[in-house]
Design a protein. Structure first.
Length: 183
């Protein structure tokens, strides 16, 4: 039997598609208007939270990140910075497994905190990688350096984690739960 069933694959691809399309359409406009990377993180981490909530399986965030990376390059072949989000998806996956899916999704008292921690740390990783490897040094210096850039991404991760937490809380309040919960 396959590790990911058809429902898991549907969740992963749906969340990756949403992330890719919104990232291709909305994020560049927001960035051009503000020069802030919040929208990429908001969309990405809200999508990762939804995908992981749906499947509760290790590898979900990584698979989502890999699919959205491929789609990202289909939309914008020059956007190599997106590899930072690929790495952040892997970090998100590992941290969620370490925290435990029940702590992330089934305990209303700690769900928001755990999802915020996952998103903030992973977004800071994305920002660090983007700043270190994909930004021109002059532009990075003008924007405060790697630490400031990672911090700005962490703010976007906070916003995305908050939105993801609200969505998960809303689904829980309406009695919508994934059919199979694994730890």
């Amino acid at each position: 039997m396959a590790y990911f069933n058809s429902r898991d694959i549907a969740a992963i691809t749906l969340c990756a598609d949403i992330w890719a399309v919104l990232n291709a359409v909305v994020s560049p406009v927001f960035f051009q208007l503000t020069l802030l990377p919040f929208m990429c993180d908001l969309i990405g981490f809200a999508s990762l939270i939804l995908a992981l909530w749906w499947t509760r399986k290790f590898g979900t965030a990584t698979a989502t990140g890999l699919i959205v990376t491929v789609l990202n390059f289909a939309f914008n072949p020059k956007a190599t910075f997106f590899f930072g989000f690929t790495a952040a998806s892997i970090v998100f996956d590992i941290l969620a497994k370490l925290i435990g899916y029940k702590n992330c999704f089934d305990k209303p008292s700690i769900t928001p905190l755990s999802l915020l921690v996952l998103s903030i740390v992973s977004a800071a990783v994305a920002g660090s990688i983007i700043g270190l490897f994909f930004m021109e040094p002059q532009i990075l210096a003008a924007r405060g350096g790697v630490i400031v850039w990672a911090g700005l991404h962490a703010v976007g991760g906070f916003i995305g984690g908050a939105i993801g937490s609200v969505v998960v809380g809303g689904l829980r309040a309406r009695g919508i739960f994934p059919t199979k919960i694994s730890e």
